[in-house]
Ligand binder design. Structure first.
Ligand SMILES: *Cc1c(COP(=O)(O)O)cnc(C)c1O
Length: 523
């Protein structure tokens, strides 16, 4: 949070409209006030007393109503277009239509009116976004909605469903970088420090907000459904519960843990436990949503990527708009790797930065169709049968967003790497031993980093960001198995099991002395 604290203290304009200069000369900026930059070297900083005089909303008005009162009109807009379509090709849909695929059955993409956004320069957007970080103003206190103009520009703030997600920690992995990689500028973007413990919140706030709007427009949406074994259903059920929208979750019976089940159950989702596997659940929910007015929240839904892309913008913002060399993202269905690309690319196109980082997509070797495709120099893509992996959220053999991922990687000189089960679990244990507590997916990303450092592709001083996708506390069973060396065919080299000792002073002293001696001899 260090970076965002610094950002916060240098921009004291929590609610741009309140400070709108009445003699504004520029038509362009009339919709928003340009935040006032109060640096230490100038005297025109807003003084604390001016701040306390700042007019507070009336007691009978909540923050949603305040946002509504202050909302201003603008000309930003977005629509669905077929993914990567020719700009002259005329197929598009309003975001208020319920549509998941293009006419030819392909993926859709949310396309923003870039000319309208380009009326404002990079400095304007940097200042605007910086002015909103970490405040409580509705809805900009969210890391996603602080970029509202680039996410869902036309939604009324009043329709937004948010838990002020995003603004996640970007921390310096000092000891891990130094000890294991000889690196000085290694960072972890911890998207798992989030409302439901994974980055899925960033996309789900957008999807559920749009559904909330559709329901208010009396579109036929009775509830929202998904097939998922873990993080997607947790995020969906939390955001739906927050807005009072029914959520329906299809889960494969006896294939998921209590920990994965408990989030949707606690949040009041209608949970169907079905005697099939994940693919079977997916097939069923597709058939069901074709018949019933249930909105489908699965990964081909392009709205979610609009929220997920804000994590990329946040990384740039947290580095004071300096661009890192590398960003490493674990990939399964491959929506997130494209979302990162899209976020970085928008920042470049709109002049906030002048280049984008190289992206690395990291896959589990047990579910590596993108890796194989990359190794074949992007010649024919073949789905694979995914085998069980500790990185369960990326155990996907036929990724929905394959075209999006290939597009992203080809346009940023990207790389794909893979991690065996042993490599990813060792990397996770090594990271944990330096004070982290990461999930197995992040272990996959760290393995990719190890490999690219060893081959010299990533240099010791390259500024590198590893994206951590979920909270380690969601994946404790894998750590328990590892540290008790109970994993078949795995050495568990970095296991740190508890020492069993008799309850007497002598025995305890003996084990402690030999422990301290061994530590001493290592120094
Ligand atoms: C969903 C998920 C992923 C994979 O993201 P994709 O967009 O499917 O590539 C990785 N890690 C975690 C923890 C996830 O929940």
């Amino acid at each position: 949070m260090v970076a965002s604290c610094m950002l916060r203290s240098s921009f004291l304009c929590p609610c741009p409209q309140l400070h709108h200069p009445s003699n504004s000369k520029s038509n362009n900026s009339s919709h928003f006030c340009t935040p006032i930059k109060a640096t230490a070297s100038t005297n025109n900083a807003i003084t604390p007393s001016a701040q306390t005089q700042k007019h507070r909303r009336p007691a009978d008005e909540n923050i949603r109503e305040e946002a509504h009162r202050l909302s201003s009109s603008h000309n930003f807009s977005a629509k669905y277009v077929p993914f990567n379509a020719d700009p002259n090709y005329d197929e598009w849909y309003s975001l208020d239509e319920i549509v998941y695929r293009s006419r030819s059955g392909g993926l859709l993409d949310v396309h923003h009116d870039m000319n309208a956004l380009k009326k404002f320069d990079g400095q304007y957007w940097r200042n605007l976004f910086d002015s909103r970080v970490g405040k409580t103003t509705w809805p900009y206190g969210s890391g996603v909605w602080s970029k509202k103009e680039w996410v869902l520009p036309e939604i009324d703030s009043d329709d937004i469903v948010s838990a002020f997600e995003g603004n996640s920690n970007l921390f310096w992995a000092e000891r891990f970088g130094k000890q294991f990689l000889g690196m000085t500028d290694l960072w972890v973007k911890h998207c798992g420090i989030s409302h439901t413990g994974s980055f899925k919140d960033l996309g789900m706030t957008v999807l559920v907000s749009q559904v909330n709007r559709l329901r208010k427009m009396h579109k036929p949406v009775v509830g929202v459904g998904c097939a998922s074994t873990g993080d997607t259903s947790a995020a969906l059920s939390a955001y739906c519960a927050s807005a009072g929208i029914p959520s329906i979750v299809f889960l494969p019976a006896n294939k998921i843990s209590m920990a994965q089940l408990v989030q949707p159950i606690a949040n009041g989702a209608f949970v169907l436990s079905i005697d099939t596997d994940f693919d079977g659940c997916m097939q069923l929910i597709r058939e069901v949503t074709a018949e019933l007015p249930i909105y489908l929240a699965n990964s081909l839904n392009s709205l979610r990527l609009e929220g997920q892309k804000t994590a990329a913008i946040e990384i740039l913002q947290q580095f004071d708009w300096e661009v890192p060399e590398w960003v490493i993202v674990p990939g399964g269905n491959l929506g997130n790797i494209y979302a990162f690309y899209k976020g970085f690319q928008m920042c470049k196109e709109l002049g906030l930065v002048d280049r984008i980082p190289r992206l690395v997509c990291a896959q589990a070797a047990n579910a590596n169709p993108l890796y194989l495709h990359y190794k074949s120099s992007w010649t024919d893509f073949k789905p694979v049968k995914a085998n069980t992996t500790f990185a369960s959220a990326i155990q996907i053999g036929d990724p929905v967003s394959i075209d999006r991922a290939v597009f992203a990687l080809q346009n940023c000189n990207g790389i794909v790497e893979e991690a065996t089960e042993e490599e990813l679990m060792d990397a996770m244990a090594q990271a944990d031993s330096t004070g982290m507590f990461i999930c197995p997916h992040t272990g996959v990303a760290l393995t990719a980093l190890f490999k690219l450092r060893n081959s010299g592709v990533i240099k010791p001083t390259d500024r590198t960001v590893v994206v951590s996708t979920a909270h380690g506390l969601k994946f404790t069973q894998s750590k328990i198995d590892y540290h008790s060396k109970e994993i078949k065919d795995m050495e568990c080299r970095f296991a740190n099991p508890p020492v069993e000792v008799k309850a007497d002073f002598g025995s305890v002293m003996d084990v402690l002395k030999s422990y301290l001696l061994s530590k001493n001899s290592k120094q």
